[in-house]
Write a protein that binds this ligand. Structure first.
Ligand code: MN
Length: 715
């Protein structure tokens, strides 16, 4: 175990500004908090946070990160609270510890490997500060190093799989090659011990056969460079078993054919030397075509820089050579952490800890594939998305701002359609509630529930919106269908016939209908009368007695409108078009209004601030500029709607109607929407002349003692 003073010394050696006192206190705090807790290995639990801190000192992370590493499991596993940590170590550390704790909780939630891509995004989205992610990676690394102590093979396997699918790619994305390789190697050992063994055995065999090939190649390369006058350090190694395994799968070659199992690295002094080295090597050996990559002039999105080439090297062995400077090497191995170190070291005037962050953003701006870089490395990544869990632990990702209804539809259309309520993290929440990262959401469904038009006002996903609209449309059609059916039955009965849908098949074409139900719906919607259809089926009936007749709805409206045309108080309508006032917002003369054209229904007049209008935002062709006819003295009465809360006591309803009557209003409808012991809430429709009249009545109601609140009902 690293001793207290050792840890502090290590941090002080590279971060002169680190708070020594805080480091000491964090050490003691964590040790006390974890107390007698033990690891699966039998070691004291405290050894774990301490090792995690130790790993991060290798990456030369700042004092706060080290303190965070020491404290990272205290909130989840000990009685310590975030408030304790904040009061003792300040807000910055508290925020970091909180961030790591959140990642840990998410991690415990489910089997993520199957949804690795989403889960990686979730982790990135939740790591508002990249140091949170670095601590989490170090935590995972130490857990992997001690994985063999866990007895349950299923648990070991799950952790290893998660590491392979999620954490190792994450480490790679932020450029931490060394971390990536170690995580990968440890996971491979657990997941595929047989493959690993056979690769190791084969390498052993090759070594025995060819002697120490790696050393010989190093010497030969070194000599070649010295002859050319280049001072550079050459190192080499066999590729890791997992890397070889990957290549065997990737290139679909067996071990026998796999030739490039050795990788060599040349560390040159300057960038120019890198290119000269490349020239010398290409001059001395033949190069494998198609393997040369220049990541110096075009860095990888994660900031990685190097020259890569493959050659038929000494003794005709195919080898891979990477050429880079010392600084490039550090960045390659340590990623963002090294990047931070370098920048901090070179610019003493601005030693601010977040300087490296701005540097990262610089790379972002100059990267060749900024989007990819953004996706993989920027801190506030995926802020436009939100990731939530189903109770089974499946991860659902939605645009940010998505609500519980969006979630329900994302799970399944059926779940959305019948969604009656929802629990978020175990608590019932209103359906319009917006989701937060990591929420666990349980949707409660009911067969009796159907989509509501009001949902459309708060959903953000296209799928939810489309399903809601479709449902509302099909419900409308259902009503037309039933109505049409009834109209036809009645029309038939008038003439003494029995209505049969089958007979309609003959006349579908005439009425431009696709099916008998389509024709019924058309009758219901008023496009044709029942009699028109019947006469088409029985061409002889025309001359029979007049009897009962149905005026088509559209014509009926037209007639009615014609009679009233002079008195329609709206300007800007299309002549002959049916018009009605919207039931959602009840526009009154004096309101600013707009007309919405609805096929088969004419024009609906809404107040300009009606919520429903949002739904028509994409269809400007349906909007009609209308206004009230101000000149004409309007004797017409219009219905205005108000919402009231009234004290639940004797006589309060009488009082209410009296006040309205006194002020020349007339209650046309009244509905109690909610009743409690003390109050009831109600909606009252009042016939008034115009908006001023309604405002006047509202004022009078407000002045009435039994009435608690009054407001005009909006759309
Ligand atoms: Mn831990």
């Amino acid at each position: 175990m690293i001793r207290q003073f050792e840890l502090v010394e290590r941090v002080k050696s590279y971060d002169k500004g680190a708070n020594e006192d805080a480091l000491n206190r964090a050490y003691v705090f964590s040790m006390k908090a974890h107390g007698a807790q033990k690891r699966a290995s039998g070691d004291s639990y405290f050894s774990h946070p301490l090792e995690v801190a130790g790993i991060l000192t290798e990456y030369k992370l700042d004092g706060d990160s080290i303190i965070t590493a020491l404290l990272h499991d205290t909130i989840e596993d000990t009685p310590a609270t975030l408030a304790d940590i904040e009061s003792q170590f300040g807000e910055g550390v508290a925020r970091l510890v909180d961030g790591v704790t959140k990642l840990t909780r998410i991690e415990l939630q489910s089997d993520h490997a199957s949804q690795a891509e989403n889960f990686r995004k979730l982790l990135l989205a939740m790591s508002e500060d990249i140091r949170v992610l670095l601590v989490k990676l170090a935590d995972r690394l130490h857990n992997m190093r001690t994985l063999h102590h866990i007895e349950n093979p299923d648990t070991r396997r799950r952790i290893a799989l998660e590491t392979m699918e999620i954490y190792s790619p994450l480490a790679e994305r932020i450029g931490m090659q060394e971390m990536k390789s170690e995580l990968e190697g440890l996971a491979f050992t657990e997941l595929n011990p047989d493959a690993r063994e056979s690769i190791l055995a084969r390498l052993e065999f090759l070594r025995a056969e060819g002697g120490d090939l790696v050393s010989r190649v190093i010497i030969e390369l070194q000599n070649t460079l010295v002859e050319a006058g280049i001072k550079a350090a050459v190192s080499g190694r066999e590729k890791s078993p997992y890397a070889i395994w990957g290549k065997m799968q990737h290139k679909n070659v067996g071990f026998e054919q796999l030739s490039d199992i050795m990788a060599f690295r040349v560390i040159a002094e300057t960038e120019e030397e890198c290119y000269r080295t490349l020239g010398v090597i290409h001059g001395a050996y033949s190069m494998v075509p198609g393997c040369f990559k220049d990541y110096i002039s075009t860095p990888k999105p994660n900031g990685y820089r190097s020259l890569h080439t493959s050659i038929f090297g000494p003794q005709r062995h195919r080898i891979e050579v990477q050429i880079r400077t010392r600084e490039m090497h550090e960045v390659a191995e340590h990623g963002v952490a090294a990047h931070w170190q370098y920048k901090q070291g070179t610019d003493k005037t601005d030693g601010r800890q977040y300087r490296w962050l701005r540097e990262l953003l610089d790379i972002l701006e100059h990267a060749t594939e900024p989007e990819e870089f953004l996706e993989h490395t920027k801190l506030e990544m995926f802020q436009d998305q939100v990731f939530c869990f189903t109770p089974k632990g499946d991860l659902i990702n939605l645009p940010s701002g998505a609500t519980l209804v969006d979630f329900a539809y994302a799970v399944h259309s059926e779940v959305g359609d019948t969604c009656a309520g929802a629990k978020v993290n175990g608590r019932m929440m209103p359906l319009r509630t917006q989701l937060q990262n990591g929420d666990q959401v349980e949707i409660i469904t009911s067969k009796a529930q159907t989509p509501s038009l009001t949902w459309e006002r708060f959903v953000v996903t296209g799928k939810a919106r489309a399903r809601i609209r479709r449902f509302v449309r099909s419900k409308e059609r259902d009503q037309y269908l039933k109505l049409g059916h009834a109209i036809l039955e009645k029309a038939y009965a008038e003439e003494g016939y029995n209505f049969s849908e089958k007979a309609l098949d003959e006349v579908l074409k005439k009425f431009q209908a696709n099916s008998t139900s389509d024709l019924c719906a058309k009758v219901g919607a008023g496009h044709y009368t029942g009699r028109e259809v019947m006469e088409a089926v029985f061409p002889g009936t025309k001359k029979k007695g007049r009897g009962w007749n149905v005026v088509p709805l559209s014509r009926a409206r037209r007639k009615k409108n014609k009679a009233k045309e002079a008195s329609i108080p709206i300007k800007g309508l299309i002549p002959g078009m049916a018009m009605h006032y919207a039931g959602c917002c009840h526009p009154l003369p004096g309101d600013r209004i707009v007309g919405i054209v609805t096929t088969g229904k004419g024009v609906t007049i809404h107040t300009i601030d009606c919520d429903i209008l949002v739904g028509y935002a994409d269809e400007p062709e349906r909007w009609l500029d209308v206004s009230w006819e101000v000149e004409s003295e309007q004797p017409d009465l219009h219905v205005g709607r108000v919402q009231l809360t009234v004290t639940n006591e004797q006589g309060s309803l009488g009082n209410l109607s009296m006040v309205i009557a006194k002020n020349d209003g007339n209650i046309s409808n009244l509905k109690i929407t909610n009743r409690s012991a003390d109050f009831f809430e109600m909606t009252v429709d009042i016939e008034v002349r115009d908006v001023q009249h309604l405002t006047y009545i509202i004022a009078a109601l407000r002045a009435t003692s039994v009435i608690n609140s009054v407001q005009r009902a909006g759309g």
